[in-house]
Design a protein around this ligand. Sequence first.
Ligand SMILES: NC(=O)c1ccc[n+]([C@@H]2O[C@H](COP(=O)([O-])OP(=O)(O)OC[C@H]3O[C@@H](n4cnc5c(N)ncnc54)[C@H](O)[C@@H]3O)[C@@H](O)[C@H]2O)c1
Length: 406
Amino acid sequence: MNDEEQGEARASGCTMGWTPPQNETMRAKASAGRRGGMLLPTGSGLRIAVVGCGYWGSKHVRVLSGTPGVAALTIVEPNAALARATQAAFPAVRVRSTLQEALRSIDAVVIATPPETHAQLAMQALAAGRHVLVEKPLATSTEEAQMLVEQARRSDVVLMVGHTFRYNPAVRELRRRLRAGEFGRIYYIHSARLNLGLYRPDVNVIWDLAPHDISIINFLLDAAPVAVDAWGDSLAFGGVEDIAYIRLEYEKPQVTGYAHLSWLDPCKTRSVTVVGSAKMAVYDDLAEERLRIFDRGIDDGEGLAPLHERPPRYRYGDITSPHIRPDEPLALQDRHFVECIRDKLVPETSGEDAIGIIATLEAISRSIKRRRLLPVTAALPGGGLAAVMSEARPAAIQALTGVAPS
Ligand SMILES: NC(=O)c1ccc[n+]([C@@H]2O[C@H](COP(=O)([O-])OP(=O)(O)OC[C@H]3O[C@@H](n4cnc5c(N)ncnc54)[C@H](O)[C@@H]3O)[C@@H](O)[C@H]2O)c1
């Protein structure tokens, strides 16, 4: 069926069958925010273009090829060899050389290009009245993100962001337990996302990886951080941070989140640790047992006798690992995108939601630029260590802290 035939068939509402959405939890949540306007005719299928078919875009092509409600797929990829390879793997996809060319014959766009191109491509599609799913980060500034959200509103189309971990069954199970109070009072949440690479030329490790950590912790706590503190450094290449430590302060509930990010680590790590007064949990995305619940803690740790009067009693109980459905998060995410377009729903990971994440990333960047270290020397009476440090690195200390070592 060619593009024109697809369009006619869509208008008559008699093409590809529409399979009802599978995930009732997502459906119920999304239904809370229904957008206005007309529904697409049921029974029609969507024509979707994937823009950018690199590492992640090619996964979208695979997933969308089997997503119910998708009638036709187009790819837009300037790298001709990559475009040919994608078409060889998925012979049904059409290839277009530009988004402009593809827009004529599609209903929706998935943008999986480098982050610095997101805002311009998404704006082009939204202004043409097409539904858009943009990979994280939505944009590289809050100003751009806000413009996209406003344009989506004007065009009355879906704007969704690929915060894929929000659709991860292990993260959802962890959240369910946390919100049911199973962990007691949450002391802190720690996220680690480490690996050797992959270095990206257009963004640093924070804009590449922290969207995941922020979106996961926000989701677990149902809140957004009110303050951040961060340290980052450019170690292997000048000018692009490849390692960062981030602190996220939440007010309600009052919890601190920490994220350790690195493109320069020998061991691949993808883990989130929740430490509560009643139980603790580790979600390890690379382990066979994705989620482990530790019945561990300090029995009399909650404001009883001072530590010097009575030593704490540690509790070492069972470690359990609940069954996690093996559904692929990206498949759930893309299915949700299709469902939101069909049923006029507000996506769980909407453009509005993403503005807060971009604002957090900007605050982290500002915090890193400030580099406010306090010199240990200034705090020491007698100057024992001060003498060593001031001899060793006076210029470096002054550059970092703004305080001349005495
Ligand atoms: N949600 C997730 O878990 C997840 C995981 C990995 C990557 N991502 C995101 O996906 C996006 C792409 O990352 P990647 O690792 O696939 O990068 P990549 O470099 O492997 O692929 C990007 C592709 O976009 C193409 N491209 C560049 N400009 C284009 C344009 N103007 N029009 C069409 N195509 C263009 C490039 O030729 C390249 O093939 C990034 O935003 C990244 O943050 C998300």
